[in-house]
Ligand binder design. Structure first.
Ligand SMILES: [Zn+2]
Length: 234
């Protein structure tokens, strides 16, 4: 297809099916993708790939043996980043997560990050949740990173299980059930053993999920662990 025609067609499509910026909801124009140019240049980046951020690192001190924590964007309530995370979570946008992964990988390439790792692993969702949401945004983010960093990603070796345990209170005839989420199991340790791994997730808040999954990977023989998230609160 001739490029001028393609451009015309895209403009026509933008008119018929307006695309909006996931952050500010303004209509996107021609070459803009997911984010408008203004948002693209004003989203708050952490730049943790240039200078490690102690407030991020210390979330794991004494809990997880992690080499470094990288986070693309700085999360604040009601900010641009919150809208992006909301779109990822509730609007079924795997292509957005992938796009962000590619964007961040360009930053990470500037510090030759790819030389430090052999494999990228996304935090798995419980299968029921994944069915409900349609996709796992951590895996989509991992895929985008993988493409630009030219490092493989693995979305099958580690799984997440939910156990239901029953508790019986003394003196009560009612049984209570409690779901315990976030039990990570490495089903294929051969794929993990001896590898330097970047464990990735959408958002880093307390770090407890990453801590559990990270320890599962280390337990399976991962030799060096890095953490990468789309956003973090600190
Ligand atoms: Zn915007």
């Amino acid at each position: 297809m001739k490029t001028t025609f393609k451009r015309y067609l895209n403009l026509l499509l933008d008119f018929v099916y307006p695309r909006v910026c996931v952050s500010c909801e303004k209509n996107l124009l021609g070459p803009e993708n997911h984010l408008c140019i203004e948002c693209l240049f004003s989203i708050p980046k952490t730049n943790s790939h240039l200078h490690p951020i102690e407030l991020l690192e210390r979330k794991f001190w004494g809990k997880l043996n992690v080499k470094q924590v990288y986070s693309f964007l700085k999360f604040s309530k009601k900010g641009k980043v919150q809208n992006i995370l909301h779109a990822l979570k509730y609007k079924n946008k795997p292509e957005l997560a992938e796009y962000i992964g590619k964007m961040y990988a360009n930053d990470l390439n500037s510090v030759d990050f790819a030389e430090k790792i052999d494999l990228i692993v996304g935090i798995p969702l419980h299968t029921d949740k994944q069915k409900l949401r349609g996709y796992n945004q951590a895996d989509a983010f991992a895929k985008g990173l993988s493409e630009v960093l030219k490092t493989p990603y693995d979305d099958t070796s580690m799984i997440r299980q939910t156990f239901t345990i029953s508790q019986t209170k003394t003196g009560s005839r009612f049984k209570r059930f409690k779901n315990i989420e976030g039990v990570f199991v490495v089903e294929k340790p051969d794929n993990i053993k001896g590898k330097r791994i970047a464990l990735v997730d959408d958002v880093l808040t307390t770090g407890s999920t990453l801590e559990e999954a990270g320890n599962a990977l280390l337990g399976a023989g991962c030799v060096e662990l890095y953490i990468i998230t789309i956003a973090s609160a600190y």
